[in-house]
Design a protein around this ligand. Structure first.
Ligand code: F3S
Length: 397
């Protein structure tokens, strides 16, 4: 792999041990994937934040890197395992909180902004089309490629941190235009509406298309929440973090159209949602905001509640800057008056919810997958309105 003189100097340890380690990670990855060189990146989204997933070994590695590692480009952080300010209200035990705060502290020491959100593109980390970035977090990578048109592979925690400390990533995969051409056309026949149905489309595409870049055709145009939901689901279920959507977002690079085609019908989407459901009729917790809710979604939730009070615990997860803006507008106060908890910095999938077997209702297909996997929850997935009904009545109907 060709390195510039300055990259070679980083690899030789000119800027300290952590940067040398970071270069070693990138060079090893470059060799594995056949990269010819490294490409400078404009920004990084770092995952591997929840102590629930990292454990003691992960924290120790971060603290070692933080001794002399410093970010060279804008770097933002994925959700943590708890609300960093209101972890007690969230029911997190003090031992976990202490370790989680050390994780975030290590990242901060390295100059990674403690944004703790999976919607970095709505909170200050917004690349331009065509720029190279190195983002971890499945939903954000799909969004940055498919909606914004920037270029990123799906990074893991260590490779994203390595990119932050060096400002580089190996040039392979989706950094190369030739790998960004769609190879499969997907004809979405449903009149698609609702975050849960766009998520179901993502699940079907992820499962059926595998790693192929798909070109989605159809007459429906997704809203921002629907796009977030599609991006989150497609990668969670094994799809490429790059797709094209007819009439929305960037166009594919010039080249022959895909030869292969598949249709996704309304009954397939229904089935994809039914397959995910294994909860009881009685709902213990309702969770919205996966991916994290935008300001508009928080405001719309107030409208959907329409003055009703929830009888079941309900969370809406969001980024702290979004919650701050919503608080200014009185939106947080309205939600709290209705009994809804506005949770920042985390989500129900990465926080350690010690409620195995509890039934959780959500509109998020991705959240459904991780809620079941990470926290052993039983899940229902449906529209936001249906989730609100469950929160008000305590029943999934
Ligand atoms: Fe974000 Fe957590 Fe969902 S990280 S995409 S809210 S699983």
């Amino acid at each position: 792999m060709k390195l510039t003189d300055s990259e070679q100097a980083l690899l030789d340890g000119s800027q300290g041990r952590a940067t040398r380690k970071a270069m070693e990670i990138l060079v090893a990855l470059g060799h594995i994937y056949g990269a010819e060189d490294l490409v400078p990146v404009r920004s990084v989204q770092v995952s591997g934040v929840s102590f629930h997933n990292l454990g003691q070994a992960g924290l120790q590695w971060l603290e070692e890197m933080a001794v002399d590692g410093r970010a060279r480009v804008l770097a933002t952080l994925n959700p943590a395992g708890m609300d960093l300010e209101d972890w007690q209200g969230q029911g997190i035990d003090a031992g976990f909180a202490a370790q989680q705060l050390k994780v975030v502290g290590a990242y901060e020491a390295m100059g990674v902004a403690p944004t703790c959100t999976c919607i970095p593109y709505l909170t200050g980390n917004l690349p331009a089309a065509g720029e190279h970035v190195a983002w971890a977090e499945s939903s954000a990578v799909a969004y940055v490629n498919s909606v914004i048109g920037a270029r990123s592979n799906r990074e893991g925690g260590p490779s994203a941190l390595a990119a932050a400390l060096t400002g580089r990533t190996p040039r392979y995969g989706l950094h190369l235009v030739r790998n960004r051409r769609p190879t499969l056309e997907v004809v979405a026949e449903d009149t698609l509406e609702g975050t849960e149905r766009w998520g179901a489309l993502g699940r079907v595409i992820g499962r059926e298309a595998g790693g192929q870049v798909v070109w989605i055709r159809g007459s429906s145009r997704p809203s921002l929440p629907e796009l977030k939901s599609l991006c989150a689901a497609v990668v969670t279920f094994g799809g490429s973090p790059l797709f094209y959507l007819q009439g929305s977002g960037p166009a594919p690079p010039p080249g022959p159209p895909p030869v292969d085609s598949m249709a996704v019908t309304a009954p397939e989407l229904d089935e994809a949602l039914v397959e995910l459901a294994d909860g009881d009729e009685r709902v213990d917790l309702v969770c919205l905001g996966c991916p994290h809710a935008s300001l508009a979604e928080l405001s719309e939730l107030v409208g959907l509640l329409d003055g009703r009070i929830v009888t079941t615990e309900m969370w809406v997860c969001t980024a702290r800057p979004v919650a701050d803006a919503a608080r200014e507008l009185g939106v947080v106060e309205s939600l709290e008056r209705a009994g809804v908890r506005v949770v920042c910095d985390t989500c129900f999938a990465v926080a350690p919810l010690d409620r195995p077997g509890a039934t959780v209702a959500t509109d998020s297909v991705k959240g459904c997958y991780y809620g079941r996997g990470h926290n052993k929850l039983r899940m229902h997935v449906g529209s936001v309105a249906r989730c609100v009904d469950a929160a008000v009545t305590g029943r999934w109907r």
